[in-house]
Ligand binder design. Structure first.
Ligand code: 3AM
Length: 188
């Protein structure tokens, strides 16, 4: 299966980001209207895995059971356009709050994945929630318009992160479909 590790968003931050998405979709982007991520798909990616075999999945689940999640308070804070230079591919909400705990979580996950032979992410981890993806080129100069249109939305409501998920992603013509494979830590 195609998989990634992520934090599923609670309802309150999801509703807030839905409002931000509405503001994004009202910005004229020179004919290159981005595709808005369906609200039920909003998530915070911790690690993209790619194709994972059933055996790797079992090993990964066993390894991820050993990861400690320090509960952390986070909130969305500001709009970002990624990658940082060149044409915009993704419009995302930055996350702020107890980012140190989040980085510690990502480091533990990277370590589990490395031990199982998954490629280690070399880029520094940048906590963001993808809100929209460019269907065609979106000029960098439009970043300011997007940020102005959403300026009053920040900070978003505080939310607690206490767990993460292994998620399956199935690519379909209408966009990706996600399914939670496993929740960590598992409910007691
Ligand atoms: O949540 P975001 O948007 O940061 O872009 C994909 C999405 O990230 C990313 O994995 C997340 C869930 O689909 N992704 C997809 N293909 C990828 C790849 N080949 C990838 N990340 C790194 N390498």
């Amino acid at each position: 299966m195609r998989a990634f590790i992520a934090i599923a968003l609670a309802q309150r931050p999801r509703e807030h980001l839905r409002e931000v998405q509405k503001a994004i979709s009202l910005v004229p982007l020179s004919g290159s209207s981005p595709s808005i991520v369906p609200p039920e798909n909003l998530h915070l990616t911790l690690k993209f895995l790619g194709e994972v075999s059933p055996m790797q999945t079992d090993d990964l689940i066993a390894s991820l059971r050993g990861v400690t999640v320090l509960p952390m308070a986070m909130h969305a804070e500001g709009l970002d356009c990624l990658p940082p230079r060149g044409r915009i591919r993704v419009v995302a909400a930055n996350l702020a709050g107890e980012v140190g705990h989040l980085i510690a979580l990502v480091d533990q996950i990277e370590q589990c994945c490395r031990q199982l032979g998954f490629v280690t992410e070399e880029r520094p981890y940048r906590p963001h929630i993808t809100l929209a993806r460019a269907r065609s080129d979106v000029k960098r100069s439009l970043q300011e318009d997007l940020q102005t249109a959403t300026a009053s939305a920040w900070p978003g409501p505080d939310f607690q992160i206490t767990d993460f998920v292994l998620m399956q992603s199935t690519l379909k013509a209408g966009g990706a479909e996600y399914r939670v494979v496993e929740l960590f830590p598992s409910p007691k």
